[in-house]
Design a protein around this ligand. Sequence first.
Ligand code: SP5
Ligand code: ZN
Length: 354
Amino acid sequence: MPVVWSDRHHLHEPGGEFWVGVRTPGSELPERAERIRDALLEAGARFVDAEAHPDGAVLAVHDPAMVAYLASAWKEWEAAGLTVDPGQDRVVPYVFPHPGLFSGRPPAVPAAVAARAGRFAFDTMTLIGPGTWEAARSAVDAALTAADLVLGGAPAAYACCRPPGHHATRTCFGGSCYLNNAAAAAARLRETGGGPVAVIDVDAHHGNGTQAIFYEDPGVLVGSVHVDPGAGWFPHFLGFAAETGAGPGGGANRNLPLAPGAADEEWLEAVGALVAWARECGAQVLVVALGVDAAAGDPESPLGVTPDGFRAAGSALGALGLPTVVVQEGGYDLSAIGPLVREALTGIEEGMRA
Ligand code: SP5
Ligand code: ZN
């Protein structure tokens, strides 16, 4: 399947992650995309450049205030002198407008630039640097370009994008994600009508952003298999089986949390259940949020999926026989990420042919 690529991804260097106040090395690195590209080039894939899309496609899934903030946060931080005093080379949040502060009234926009950094960030691990906005915007363009290819008749297309997106909601960002690439693709595809879009998220972490964006929307089914947040894993507050959608979207959300240590057998059973659910709900088009951090050996998750497991999952997803947009999410084992993505995409192609 065609691979959509943007060189601009490398403009985002996370510059670390603050975890319990300690600056630890970043995990969502430019080399991730390079490793995937190398593996897919070696496999003979056709690469297509991401095309610029108007902001309307971003605003379909994000609050304009958050988008404006992300676009200007770095320049604002630098202009305020924070890179010199106290000498912080990334935008790092410090106070957060917790709903419990406001008695239901809207929070003020802080006058201090340092205080503004917490308005839309939900964690301290998702830092903003000089090129973060441009890279995040290019990742949406890649996902939208893949959606366009599928709308134009390609059976499947893969957006090799970073930074990832599935933790970003309409109004907040975190989990190494800024803009929700898969949600933007799904919103684009839902305009075609004829039945719901299904998003199946196989990243090791719950796709809380995609869930939140479509929680009341019966037109986009969102299913996620991930390590159980109740066992202590990110995103901690969300991803439980009881979250099934609300209002007109009641029943259109499905979470399948797995115990730490779960491997091919349990994971593939859950992927199969999400596939069967999408089929029963009459999905007309598929978005796969393809994180490969469920792999055994990934530093960010305790799941134990093998390369053959990713191939088999791909095959099950491809067997739905739907037009399919694949969007890259997580995956942090640099030595494995390329082959893992290659296995998943090969599986999807095999499943479509079978
Ligand atoms: C897109 C994606 O896969 N995002 C996952 C982000 C999960 N980050 C959670 C990090 C939890 C703390 N880990 C401590 C390790 C210190 N480096
Ligand atoms: Zn993940």
